[in-house]
Structure formats: C-alpha cells, structure tokens
Write a protein that binds this ligand. Structure first.
Ligand code: NAD
Ligand code: ZN
Length: 345
C-alpha cells in the first residue's frame, strides 16, 4: 500500500509499505479515506522525536472499517469512522476516571517506537488497536472533511478553551494561530467571551483568525504582550491559551494574563524543561493548565456540535492534495505556505 514514511530530518517520502492486518480481537482494520498533516508531525519532521526512522506517519484520519476483531462490538465492516490520535482501552484505572489520555494501554498513531509503535494514518490502511474505544462513528450527514479534526486538532482546541475556564464576557488571548490555535479560537467562541485576541506572525493565519471573530495581532510587527495589555486597560486578558509548543509562547501566555487569570497550554513542548516563573505565578495567583488532549471525551459532543452547525472546523483547510504529494505537503506546511492540508489516498 501507499504510505508516507519518515526517513530522516525534513525527509518524508511516499513508500510502498506492507498492508497491515489485524493482530488481535480488539483491533479494526480501517481503509483511510482522508488524512491530514498535523503540527505534531512537524516535531518528527524536525528530528525532535527519537525512534521514528522508517515509521509510517500520520495520526489524523477518517475511513471505512474493512475488518474487525472478534471482540469488537461497536463497529462492523462498512462503518465510517474517525479515530482519536491515540488509542485507549476504556476500562483501566485512568479510563474509568475519564482520563483517557493517561490510559495504561495508550499508543499514538505514527509517532514511532517510544509512543507505542503504531502504524500511521497517512497510508491507505491502518490498524486501530482497542478500536471500540479509539474510534467514533461518523454521522451519515457529515462529510470526511467535517469529521476528521474531532480526532485531534478540534478536540485539542476545545480542550484548551474548556480548561481556560472562559466565562461570558471574558477576554482571551490565543498564542499561535496555526490549526490548533484556530480551533482554540473557534471553540473559545462557544464560551461567550467578549473579545479573543489571536497572536501569530503569519498573516494568512491571522486573517483566518479574524474571520473567526478574533482580533489579530502580528507578533512579528508589534510586541504582542504590550498590544494585549494596551487593549485591556493595562491589566491583561482573563484567560490565555498557548497553541505553539515553544517556551517563548508559554512566556507570552503567562505575561499577557491579569492577576487571578488562567493559562491553558496545549502545544507539545519542544524542550523537556525550561524556567518557570514560579514567583510571578504565585504573586499573580494564576492557574496554569497544560496537557495532552483527552480526545476520547470530546469526539462525540464535537461531532454533534458540527452536525448542529455550531462549529465549522473544515473552514481552515487550505490545501487538498493526494497522498502521493505527501513530500510536498510536508514542505509547504512546514514553510507555513499552507494552513491545513488534507490528503486523499
Ligand atoms: P503549527 O506549527 O502549524 O502552528 C504553530 C503556529 O504558532 C504557527 O502559525 C507559528 O507561526 C506560530 N508561532 C510560533 N511561535 C510563536 C510565538 N512565539 N508567538 C505566537 N505565535 C507563534 O502547529 P499546530 O498544528 O497549530 O499545532 C500547535 C501545537 O499544538 C504543536 O506543538 C502541536 O504538536 C500541538 N498539539 C498538541 C496536542 C495536544 O494534545 N496537546 C494535540 C495536537 C497538536
Ligand atoms: Zn496531531
């Protein structure tokens, strides 16, 4: 089958990989009908994730179930499904407490041997472990482009907004207007903020943010934190969301919040550790939340919000390409010439 494989830094290629097959009773084989390139794939692309050499990439995908293991109850061949970017069992210590992102059997698609060694979704076929809990059925009236992002970036944006504790009338700053930041803005609007500021350096992304009702701030042209403070009477915003994965962005998220405010970060850190302004956090009584999205808790309600017309995540798709064009897709997404790329087999 055709697949995209990581073959070294900035080197993603279309390869002929063996078609995977079901290895256990709780697995499902899915024929991919749409996949996407994620900002998290760029961490691999830049050589920051060890153990990915030769691995089939991709963790955002929808498709049609082709075959199920003997213990699968929720799905049968022919069902249209969207996958979370990681697997979870639904019955371990963590899953029973609703923390699916901590599942003892968690594994991430297409993220190499240190993240569970699963095949990726940027391929014609993918095997989904623990499929009853990892997949969600797609309602008949939703297309693939509408459904795909509930398995990763939309769930992450919603998770970020929910954990920012946005109240009606609040001001919110979203640091980073990439796909995850744009999904955070879209989700934040559901909580009734008075104003949302979007901070990035890429004009095309800031224009999309503005289209979602945010006030754009180009951090390449103006000191962003100063701009946010100037627009909020010198106090700073009530809530900030970081959607970059970089220490400078975390610092901006902390600095632009008022005393008593909340910071919610979802960017995958590109450093294992960094300075934390503990005294500033303490003296300003700030709440700091960060984390790996708890996707499985959000897929169902997000599909319902999309079906009801309350969210249009497909609006951020800038490029529709073929899997064979994967190498070029990675190049233009990394260069920020594309906002969000989806690929068909
Ligand atoms: P992306 O790389 O396409 O977007 C990042 C954006 O941040 C870019 O538009 C860039 O111009 C902007 N940026 C960079 N530095 C900045 C700064 N200092 N201030 C303001 N803006 C800045 O990636 P994405 O797909 O939007 O993903 C964003 C992050 O979210 C990545 O780290 C990704 O791995 C992570 N992520 C986390 C989860 C999770 O579960 N927590 C899930 C999905 C993605
Ligand atoms: Zn992702």
């Amino acid at each position: 089958m055709k697949a995209l494989a990581y073959e070294g830094e900035a080197n993603v290629n279309v390869v002929d990989a063996p078609k995977p097959s079901i290895g256990g009773p709780t697995e499902a084989l899915v024929r991919m009908t749409l996949t996407a390139v994620c900002g998290s794939d760029l961490h691999i692309y830049h050589g920051r994730i060890p153990g990915c050499e030769g691995c089939v990439l991709g963790h955002e995908f929808v498709g049609v179930v082709e075959e199920v293991g003997s213990e699968i109850r929720r799905f049968k061949a022919g069902d249209r499904v969207v996958s979370s970017f990681f697997s979870s069992c639904g019955h371990c210590y963590y899953c029973l407490r609703g923390w699916f992102n901590q599942c003892v059997s968690k594994a991430t698609f297409g993220y190499g041997k240190h993240f569970g060694d699963l095949g990726g979704g940027q391929a014609e076929y993918v095997v989904v472990p623990l499929a009853d809990h990892t997949l969600e059925p797609i309602p008949h009236d939703l297309g693939d482009e509408q459904a795909i992002f509930v398995g990763d970036i939309l769930a992450t944006g919603f998770f970020a907004a929910e954990r920012a504790e946005i109240k009606p009338g609040d001001t919110v700053a979203v640091i980073g207007a990439g796909p995850v930041g744009l999904m955070s803005i879209m989700s934040a609007q559901l909580f009734g903020p008075a104003r949302v500021f979007a901070i990035d350096m890429v004009d095309s992304r800031l224009e999309l943010a503005q289209g979602l009702g945010a006030v754009p701030i180009n951090a390449g042209q103006t000191p962003a934190v100063d701009a946010v403070k100037a627009a909020t009477g010198g106090f700073g915003v009530d809530r900030s969301i970081e959607a970059v994965g970089d220490l400078a962005a975390i610092a901006s998220a902390i600095e632009c919040v008022r005393g008593g405010g909340t910071i919610s970060t979802v960017g995958v850190p590109n450093h294992a550790s960094g300075d934390f302004p503990y005294l500033q956090m303490w003296s300003k009584s700030l709440t700091f939340r960060s984390g790996w999205c708890n996707v499985q808790a959000y897929m169902r309600p997000l599909l319902d919000l999309i079906a009801a017309g309350r969210l249009q995540p497909d609006a951020i798709i800038s490029h529709r390409m073929k899997l064979e064009e994967g190498k070029e897709a990675y190049r233009i997404f990394d260069a920020r010439e594309a906002t969000k790329i989806v690929l068909t087999p």
